[in-house]
Design a protein. Structure first.
Length: 732
């Protein structure tokens, strides 16, 4: 329990007592959050050098496909992760590799926007039908600027996402994919060459077909695979393995479309050489009123057993349902039978949305998958990433969010580690940000954030801030945090029935933000002997681009006083009660655990747990009560009395600003009414001073006897060791 100092002295006979009329409440969560919110930066104004940042250089991100004849147009989402404005140069390439350079455009710090791709094109390119890929170039850090393309109303269905790739990332010469084949439809594979030399590649399809493809410098090749007539009700599937000695510089995108527009999905290509483990994971997949489709493909040369596991998103991670293990031979593709899951979860709404683990007995990279859901109400096809946990940077996210019109955005984060893991969410928007305290997820648990609900219901953040109803978009950022945390995956799902939008964003930052500094609230304590006040502590972090996050609650390892003879300290998590013991100087000291992450410009490394310590000064002083007198010693209609109180301060007191002195009656008999002038007396003193304060007391009506109690209302504490007594006062 937090303590409040209150000194009450009852004196026998005609006493004048000094007691606090009230005392200052020390830091609580809401007050500290409100005050510390003033310390947060405006997005884009980071001033601290990022020691873990890579050197600034010329950066390029590339997408191999910007249009299809079957789509009605293309949108681009532009996502600036920088703390400062950036200039971006777009370059568009024909399928033959001819470059068409657009005008440079400016992105403000943390700006996110979705625009018609043609608005970035030079006039000469806007009406061409032979365009292939594109690049965005800028000066800065890798991943400081990002984008994602959306091909609209593909084959009269919903949208298809095309991802950008960072040219400087490490890639192997092998890609693997698997996709559903509608009974009447087509799979389209786009291969883009991001270099100035011709590249050659081999495509080996799961049905035995093989083909050699040559891609010109900066060109794009499209490979179309028509579906064969399938008499059964179940959709067929196909896979491909793509190999090339130039694989590091080749980039892939794809789409699956049905002729009637009922099924539309992207094709995801996996670098099965650069994976960290053998299992696959997905977060926040819909099952309610959805026809699910999961395809699994063994890419290896040995048989494997794959076991799909489903956990309810609303659960604590401990509840799950396993489907029977599926044995897959080399290069075999199988469709998961959801019937047992649907039967087992009927009447259990917690399983309306699930996270998915696919346990794999094979080697790393031996299993790839595709995960789709066809909404039986809206007709929208959901395309959900099914992937391994990825590198450490996949435990971060920097996603766009939109709420204009009927667009919805839901973010989800799943703990794929066998241990509890902590994360922090910061939602950027013009006038923001919106910051949440670190949250711990149990192993297997999922957290979801419905942006429309957060905005429309005015849900406050840790500082009491809400997202204004006028805000329709921004940036959802999250990152793993806390010593000993495992791995997380995340994404946002953006949907619009009226616009045919079905997009998933899982773009990440280069590395989780690095611990930056500890701040105290208040920073420096002035207390008096016997007084107890509270102090809070918060953490500020910086990411690889220099963006600031926080202040938010840290992982406190310890609190202590550097001199317990001067000030004692009682820790309470991120807060501590500090009590003055004797005049003098001490410090409150706090230690904070954090995980140290370092990025070298290519990879992110976890250097393990570290501890940071910081001190805040504590000054302990005293106010002493000296002589107290009443003159004359009676009050009647002819004259009043003067109550004089002498106070002195020790040299350690810096100021008594805000302290007041007032009188009240005590131990009274009879019936009377008194007046006081002044009713309240300000006490303004410096250290080492002695002052006498006079209060005039007059009789308004009645008679009797009483003593007086002087009340000191202060952020400081009165020491009563030298208090003097006075005679009882007759009245009337």
């Amino acid at each position: 329990m937090k303590k409040f100092f209150a000194l009450t002295i009852s004196l026998v006979m005609c006493a004048v007592s000094i007691v606090p009329l009230g005392s200052r409440s020390h830091a609580n969560d809401r007050d500290f959050a409100r005050r510390s919110s003033d310390l947060k930066r405006n997005v884009g104004n980071a001033t601290v050098h990022c020691a873990a940042c890579a050197e600034v250089g010329q950066q390029t991100i590339y997408a191999p496909l910007i249009a299809l004849a079957e789509s009605t147009g293309t949108e681009i989402n532009l996502n600036c992760r920088s703390p400062h404005a950036m200039e971006i140069v777009p370059t568009f390439y024909t399928k033959e590799g001819a470059a068409l350079v657009g005008d440079a455009f400016r992105m403000e710090a943390a700006e996110v926007k979705t625009i018609d791709l043609k608005s970035l094109m030079p006039e000469i390119a806007r009406h061409r039908h032979d365009l292939g890929g594109m690049t965005l170039s800028y000066s800065g850090h890798p991943l400081e600027m990002w984008g994602q393309l959306r091909l609209l109303h593909v084959a009269r269905g919903n949208s298809v996402d095309v991802l950008f790739a960072n040219l400087s990332d490490n890639r192997s010469n092998v890609r693997n994919a698997v996709w559903a084949k509608p009974k009447q439809g087509e799979a389209i594979i786009a291969i883009g060459n991001a270099t100035d030399v011709t590249a050659n590649t081999t495509l080996q399809f799961s049905n035995g077909d093989s083909m050699q493809v040559e891609i010109r410098p900066f060109g794009t090749e499209l490979i179309r695979r028509r579906s064969e007539a399938n008499g059964g009700a179940a959709a067929a599937a196909e896979g491909v393995t793509i190999t090339s000695p130039d694989g590091r510089n080749l980039f892939f995108a794809g789409a699956v479309i049905s002729d009637d527009g009922s099924f539309t999905s992207s094709i995801r290509f996996y670098d099965t050489v650069n994976v960290l483990q053998q299992d696959l994971f997905a977060t926040n997949f819909r099952l309610d009123q959805v026809k699910p489709l999961m395809l699994l493909r063994n890419t290896g040369s040995e048989s494997i057993v794959a076991t799909p596991r489903f956990r309810p998103v609303k659960g604590d991670g401990t509840t799950f349902i396993d489907l029977p293990g599926m044995t897959l031979g080399p290069n075999e593709i199988a469709s998961v039978d959801f019937a047992p899951l649907i039967a087992a979860t009927r009447g259990q709404p917690d399983f309306n949305n699930v996270s998915i683990d696919v346990l794999n007995t094979g080697a790393k990279g031996s299993l790839v998958g595709a995960l789709n859901g066809s909404d039986e109400v809206t007709g929208i096809t959901y395309d959900v990433p099914l992937r391994d946990i990825g590198g450490l940077r996949f435990s971060t996210g920097a996603y766009p969010w939109r709420l204009d019109g009927d667009v919805s955005t839901t973010a989800s984060i799943t703990n794929v580690a066998p241990v509890s893991s902590e994360f922090v969410v910061q939602i950027n928007y013009p006038g923001g940000p919106y910051l949440l305290n670190p949250r711990t997820l149990a192993a297997g648990a999922t957290a979801t954030f419905d942006l429309r609900t957060i905005r429309d219901r005015q849900v406050p953040d840790r500082n009491g801030h809400t997202i204004p109803l006028s805000v329709s978009g921004g940036q959802f950022r999250w990152f793993i945090h806390g010593a000993g945390s495992g791995r997380l995956i995340g994404r946002v799902e953006m949907l619009s029935r009226s616009r045919g939008i079905s997009s998933s964003y899982s773009c990440n930052d280069p590395c989780p933000p690095q611990f930056g500094s500890i701040i105290f609230e208040p920073d420096g304590m002035d207390v008096l002997v016997g007084e107890t006040l509270g102090q809070g502590v918060a953490e500020i972090d910086y990411d690889s681009n220099g963006n600031q996050y926080g202040p938010f609650s840290p992982y406190v390892a310890e609190w202590y006083s550097t001199d317990t003879n001067i000030a004692s300290l009682e820790p309470e998590g991120t807060y501590a009660d500090i009590t003055g013991v004797a005049p003098g100087f001490a410090s409150s000291s706090v230690g904070v655990f954090y995980e140290r992450y370092v990025w070298d410009g290519l990879n992110c490394y976890d250097f393990g747990q570290n501890e940071a310590t910081q001190e805040s000064p504590v000054v302990v002083g005293e106010i002493r009560v000296g002589t107290v007198s009443i003159s004359p010693t009676s009050i009647n209609g002819s004259h009043g009395a003067t109550v004089s109180v002498t106070l002195s301060t020790s040299s350690d007191v810096t100021s008594t600003a805000g302290t007041t002195l007032a009188l009240q009656e005590a131990d009274a008999d009879g019936s009377f009414q008194l007046g006081y002038n002044p009713v309240t007396t300000p006490v303004n003193m410096q250290g080492g001073q002695t002052n006498t304060f006079n209060i005039e007391v007059t009789l308004t009506s009645g008679s009797g006897h009483c003593a007086f109690v002087a009340h000191v209302t202060s952020t400081l504490t009165v020491n009563d060791n030298d208090m003097k007594k006075s005679a009882r006062v007759p009245i009337g």
